[in-house]
Design a protein around this ligand. Structure first.
Ligand SMILES: NC(=O)c1ccc[n+]([C@@H]2O[C@H](COP(=O)([O-])OP(=O)(O)OC[C@H]3O[C@@H](n4cnc5c(N)ncnc54)[C@H](OP(=O)(O)O)[C@@H]3O)[C@@H](O)[C@H]2O)c1
Ligand SMILES: C[C@@H]1O[C@H](OP(=O)(O)OP(=O)(O)OC[C@H]2O[C@@H](n3cnc4c(=O)[nH]c(N)nc43)[C@H](O)[C@@H]2O)[C@@H](O)[C@H](O)[C@@H]1O
Length: 308
């Protein structure tokens, strides 16, 4: 990407979008285009078409989406399907109509079959049934991947799809019900500590395994792939390491300095037993993550404390 190119970051206020925005600023890009959802609702096809017609961005990072944890996905099933399909259909099609040089679509590790072999290879897409709790969201993301590849086949568009693992970091969502596990546990452990409570409730059994990548590492990977990856088909982005939810909770207790007990709420869903990404394709290209979990949790906690 030329430093004087016009780069549109859709979702620049979100955890991922803001990390990509920071990365582009650090790399010296002069024309970074951003819009809040109240300035430009990406579900509005006409508004998106007009925006692309007027602005004609050269590159697009599509980091705008309706995003949430397992309970949010399972509660707002229609919204996760409709809003994500609408956003990505409008942005990907308008990018084609207006000759965008390259677009990056962000998917998620939940696109893979619930019981796929681990670690998850990119080829496992559509080889089995999905996890029920986030199936609408996963279907939307799979549609986005297929749309990028179809526009490449028919119109020669250089639209790439990247599949990040579970993410955390600055500007995360700490909503008590709708957030992902890592920010939710930071919030719950913090509140137990400051309120002198003796225990913290962890959803599910604690036995599922999850992989976590710091969002600024993801932004670095997105920049690297925007510069170096021009192929059809998706590419995984992760650390290649995972841990149980129970061990994650114990680590967060340790980093935050809370000595209370963990209590497990079996009424909440476990979701996919494991979704460890095979990141050999990305490593072969020459990219590897930098921030390990203990350091990342400490950084995220500092951010949480500065905002709440
Ligand atoms: N978080 C994770 O663990 C994770 C893991 C894998 C992949 N991803 C992917 O990474 C991307 C970003 O996720 P995130 O965690 O950064 O989410 P986030 O923090 O919730 O940010 C989502 C962003 O999307 C924007 N947005 C939502 N609806 C919109 C609409 N109708 N019109 C315009 N903008 C809209 C929001 O804009 P405003 O702030 O202006 O309202 C917000 O900035 C998504 O594609 C997600 O699937 C996330
Ligand atoms: C990357 C994201 O992965 C998401 O799946 P997924 O990792 O199970 O989503 P999470 O909400 O992060 O849940 C991961 C695991 O953590 C457990 N967990 C324990 N305590 C909590 C808590 O307080 N809050 C939350 N949220 N979970 C908690 C949860 O039951 C589940 O087994 C998908 O729903 C999204 O679509 C997206 O793909």
């Amino acid at each position: 990407m030329e430093k004087n190119a016009k780069v549109y970051v859709a979702g620049h206020r979100g955890m991922v979008g803001s990390a990509i925005y920071r990365k582009l600023q650090k790399e010296g890009f002069e024309h970074i285009l951003v819009k809040t959802s109240s300035e430009l609702d990406l579900r509005n096809q006409e508004a998106v078409a007009q925006f692309f017609e007027e602005e004609k961005p050269d590159y697009v990072f599509l980091a705008a989406a309706k995003v949430g944890g397992i309970v949010a996905n399972n509660t707002y099933r229609a919204d996760f399907l409709y809003e994500n399909l609408a956003i990505q259909n409008n942005v990907i099609h308008s990018a084609y109509v207006n000759g965008v040089k390259k677009l990056m679509f962000l998917g998620s590790s939940c696109i893979y079959p619930k019981m796929a072999p681990q670690p998850l290879k990119e080829d496992y897409l559509l080889t089995g049934t999905l996890e029920h709790t986030n199936e609408p969201y996963a279907i939307a993301k799979i549609a986005g991947i297929k749309m990028c590849d179809a526009y490449r086949d028919q119109y020669g568009c250089n639209f790439i799809s990247v599949m990040p693992t579970n993410l955390y970091g600055y500007n995360d969502n700490y909503h008590p019900q709708n957030s992902h596990v890592l920010p939710a546990l930071i919030r719950k452990v913090h509140e137990a500590k400051v309120n002198n409570e003796k225990q913290v409730t962890v959803w599910g059994s604690g036995s599922p395994l999850r992989e976590f990548l710091f969002a600024d590492d993801l932004a670095d990977a997105c920049y690297f792939l925007m510069e170096n990856y021009n192929e059809p088909n998706l590419i995984n982005i992760g650390t290649g390491h995972d841990l149980t939810i129970k061990d994650l909770a114990l680590l967060i207790k340790d980093v935050l300095g809370f000595d209370g007990e963990l209590v497990f709420d079996a009424s909440k869903p476990d979701g996919t037993p494991r979704k460890l990404m095979d990141v050999s394709k990305l490593h072969a290209l020459g990219w590897k993550h930098q921030i390990e979990l203990p350091e990342g949790i400490a950084l995220a906690y500092q951010d949480f404390e500065s905002r709440y």
